[in-house]
Design a binder for this molecule. Structure first.
Ligand code: ATP
Length: 241
């Protein structure tokens, strides 16, 4: 479903990912963790096309997407839910959700309106508080609710590959647990999920596989269950949870 080969990228003269290779099958869930500045967000951005690869190649579902922009990649089902929510605070909850569906417009044509209705129902079923607050402005939601809205909006595009950047950031522990339970339900739909967090506990319980990044490189890669019990991952990432 997704393959990165020898990808190098960064910002201006700052290189972040170095000779980065990774391969994920359909329905795989990958947890990416590591310290601040390791390159976790950068990895998601280069997959989503928010930044371009300097070198190397990215394939999605058998097609070379290295030179495609973010919009084309979204149309192919690669959807990034960015760190910090980035919701439209002056638009209503429902308007924010509807915007998430726009990558489907071209491919669905006359079926688009029905897909939007279905998507709204799915988002509201997953996060009932969004239904209650559908007419409120995004800016009037609590931090946790805004995070739910950001994820709901990402799901509106029916992602094949869902990229989540620190989804539990700012959520109270109970909400974060609920949110991860909802993600586990998404796995049953066959979606490929890449979830970035600074600490590994919750994402490793969800994922099949985990990678630890440091300095733009993978320093550990293994089955989630093995990483959960690997003493050498260090207290810094596991002890927190
Ligand atoms: P964090 O949890 O702090 O976001 P991260 O692992 O996601 O950590 P990245 O955001 O990918 O790290 O950042 C990797 C490196 O790239 C850092 O050194 C960061 O300062 C730098 N960086 C990130 N975004 C930019 C940008 N827009 N312009 C310049 N440098 C950037």
């Amino acid at each position: 479903m997704l393959r990165l080969e020898g990808v190098e990228c960064g910002y201006g003269r700052i290189q972040v990912l170095r000779d980065f290779s990774l391969s994920l099958g359909a329905g795989d869930t990958l947890a990416v963790f590591g310290p601040n500045g390791a390159g976790k967000s950068t990895l998601l951005k280069v997959i989503a096309g928010a930044i371009s690869a300097w070198r190397g190649r990215i394939d999605c579902d058998g097609a070379d997407i290295t030179r495609l922009g973010a919009e084309d990649r979204a149309e192919r089902g690669i959807v990034l839910c960015p760190e910090g929510r980035r919701i439209f605070t002056s638009l209503s909850v429902e308007e924010n959700l509807r915007i998430g569906a726009t990558p489907l417009r071209k491919s669905l044509g006359s079926a688009y309106a029905g897909a939007v209705r279905e998507g709204l129902e799915r988002a509201y079923a997953m996060f009932p508080v969004l239904r209650e607050r559908r007419d409120n402005s995004g800016g009037a939601l609590s931090g946790g609710q805004q995070q739910m809205l950001a994820i709901g909006r990402a799901l509106m595009a029916r992602p094949k590959i869902l990229l989540l950047d620190e989804p539990s950031l700012g959520l109270a522990p109970r909400l974060a647990d609920e949110f991860y339970a909802a993600l586990a339900d998404l796995r049953t739909l066959g979606m490929t999920i890449v979830v970035v967090e600074e600490s590994a506990g919750r994402p490793l319980r969800l994922a099949d596989r985990g990678i630890l990044l440091r300095g733009g490189r993978i320093v550990r890669d293994g089955a989630a269950a093995d990483l959960m019990s690997a003493a050498d991952l260090g207290a810094a990432y596991l002890a927190e949870h």
